[in-house]
Structures are given as C-alpha cells and as structure tokens.
Ligand binder design. Sequence first.
Ligand SMILES: [Zn+2]
Length: 51
Amino acid sequence: MCSAGGPIDVEFTEQIQGKSCVCKDCENKFKSIGKKIRCPSCGSDHVVVLE
Ligand SMILES: [Zn+2]
C-alpha cells in the first residue's frame, strides 16, 4: 500500500450537494440526495423536489 496523495476530486462536491427540496408540511427548504427524501425539520415525506 503506497499512498500517492493524489488530488481530491473537487467536482464531486457539486454532486454531493443534492437537489433542492421543499417540505409541503412546514415549507422547510433543504438539500437532499436519494430517492426517499424526508424533511429534516418535521420528518414528513411530503417533499417536493425542485429542479
Ligand atoms: Zn417539514
């Protein structure tokens, strides 16, 4: 195992940010990734994904 210390993939950070989502129950805006999105504020799955 030799660690070359290569450059970190900066491009990944944009993808990790996820999609903009809005909770329909509490109107909380957040970013999330994945298929089952839940509002981090109230835990509702009434979430709309903004493009
Ligand atoms: Zn909510």
